[in-house]
Design a protein around this ligand. Sequence first.
Ligand SMILES: Nc1ncnc2c1ncn2[C@@H]1O[C@H](COP(=O)(O)OP(=O)(O)OP(=O)(O)O)[C@@H](O)[C@H]1O
Ligand SMILES: [Mg+2]
Length: 234
Amino acid sequence: MLTIDKLNFSYGDLKVLWDIDLEVNQGEIVSVVGANGAGKSTTLKNISRLVKPASGIISFNGEDLNGLESHQVVERGIVQVPEGRKIFPEMTVLENLAMGSYISGARKDREANVERVFSMFPRLKEREKQLGGTMSGGEQQMLAIGRGLMTNPKLLLLDEPSLGLSPLFVKIIFEIIQEINKLGVTILLVEQNVFQSLKIAHRAYVLETGRVVLSGTGSELLNNDHVKKAFLGM
Ligand SMILES: Nc1ncnc2c1ncn2[C@@H]1O[C@H](COP(=O)(O)OP(=O)(O)OP(=O)(O)O)[C@@H](O)[C@H]1O
Ligand SMILES: [Mg+2]
């Protein structure tokens, strides 16, 4: 579904991605794990075309994304839920969700998608008129994911969805990710919660200073000695 072939990227003189090869097949949950600054968010931004690769090919369902603007990538079905939530604080929960259905293909499904999001996140339904900025951190994360679902994603890019959440919310978020996947949405997940994200991943990649150093199934990586030492404190 998504194929990344020899992606290189620099911020000015600072090279941060080196020959990244990565693949996501339809129906999968694929996790990317790595330390702070490894290049995880930058990889997602290259896919969404929020930044443009220096070299390499990123293709989605056979189409080269090179030359597309980021809104065109969204129309193809690739939707990124950014790191740090980025909801609209002065808008209500319902208004925030509506912002996710602005692309033409998603507008007709707005009502049905709101219902789907509310059944997945009852807490958002209870708070539909509350201002986004007054929601708790975990609730804002739910709202950000819910807004992503309003866009009818085929491939959902999630950047650190569990960051800063209490253990209970972390558990809920990982359950929701699996639920979304079961509804037919393919997921590329970037996480520092290495244990949980490898546990739910069909396959995963380890990034270190901008390079893919390991890949395999989630359980292979959970049992890998390097992963255990570097990320799981074992
Ligand atoms: N806009 C920018 N301008 C310059 N350098 C940047 C910019 N954004 C990120 N970087 C640098 O690129 C490198 C990779 O950053 P990136 O955000 O992709 O890492 P990450 O793996 O997502 O880290 P984290 O786990 O902390 O979110 C880092 O060294 C970072 O300082
Ligand atoms: Mg990041």
